[in-house]
Design a protein around this ligand. Sequence first.
Ligand SMILES: *Cc1c(COP(=O)(O)O)cnc(C)c1O
Length: 379
Amino acid sequence: MKFATKAIHAGQEPDPSTGAVMTPIYQTSTYWQKSPGDNQGYEYSRGTNPTRNALENCLAALENAKYGLAFSSGMGATDAVMKLLAPGDEVITGNDLYGGSYRIFTKIYANYGIKFHFIDLADPELINQYVNENTKLIWIETPTNPTMRIVDIEAVAKISKAKKLKLVVDNTFASPYLQNPIDLGADIVMHSVTKYIGGHSDVVMGALMLNDDDTYKKLWFIYNACGATPGPMDSFLVLRGIKTLHLRMKAHCENGRIIAEFLKTHPKVEKIYWPGFTDHPNHDVAKKQMKDFGGMISIVLKGADLKETFRVASSFKVFTLAESLGGVESLINHPVSMTHGSIPKPERDKAGVVDNLLRLSVGVEDVEDLLEDLKQALA
Ligand SMILES: *Cc1c(COP(=O)(O)O)cnc(C)c1O
């Protein structure tokens, strides 16, 4: 099945008891047993729930994976992956990660004896220098947040396989519509479903998609034992949101391109990060592994101090100043004071997350209105 068909149908069948076309919200915590242990496949909703299971099958299909697991947040999904590790294990990851990933690695899992190497993944060969007998996992994100750096998934997957490591790709920024890491050799795909997949800024949720039976069994055990699983209402909202994922992504990409081109030559813009430009340092890799370039754009304001950056960030009328991304509405974000506040300044500077950087999540409104808004805010 092609992507648009999967987005609408995968994992879903008319409800057997009523014929309802849309998967019902099975708002129940527990299930009837005919005699002890004799149930119909459902015991308790922390582990299994029909609405969530339909969503998980749909999520798996979107990433061409055998299994999907939904979590109550993206961080809940990341947490479950980290619980596959044991003290003494080492992880190799990028040096411009999502702030929350950096925080859980350094402030939680480092205390449990797991060692993290934060390296520049522009050259995947560099990974080889950090692999030793304790290395278990490579964790990458592409495009990165907020400077839209691109990591060559296929090249990293080759190294990961050769060294018998697990490769996890945080695919949140691309969405399954633009990029499918498992097809490129990744072992596990992680999503903050909160963003493009949910798409309407009304749900916080995470997901893991994978093929390997043994890893799935371990992750399902963690999911059920630790219990960061989403409820039926949220699962329903995401199932509904996914039905337009392909339509939304096309519109995000179209608006993103027009706005990126407008900003590139704007006199108030010193630097722009968007992988669709041919002079982006990894444009060729982006072109190879992504279907299109998305609606995430970051800009550095020319000669603006923190005060002027705050003024610009607060003067939008259509764009909303808020954290998060990937919803139908356009958002503007100041990474240093908002999403990336938990990353120490020296680390931020290294990653180019400077005081006068703004990140745009271009929504699917009429692009003329978005352009007008940018013109007046930057004036
Ligand atoms: C938002 C986000 C996360 C965390 O997901 P939550 O749903 O907020 O817990 C992880 N990675 C990336 C790239 C994100 O944008």
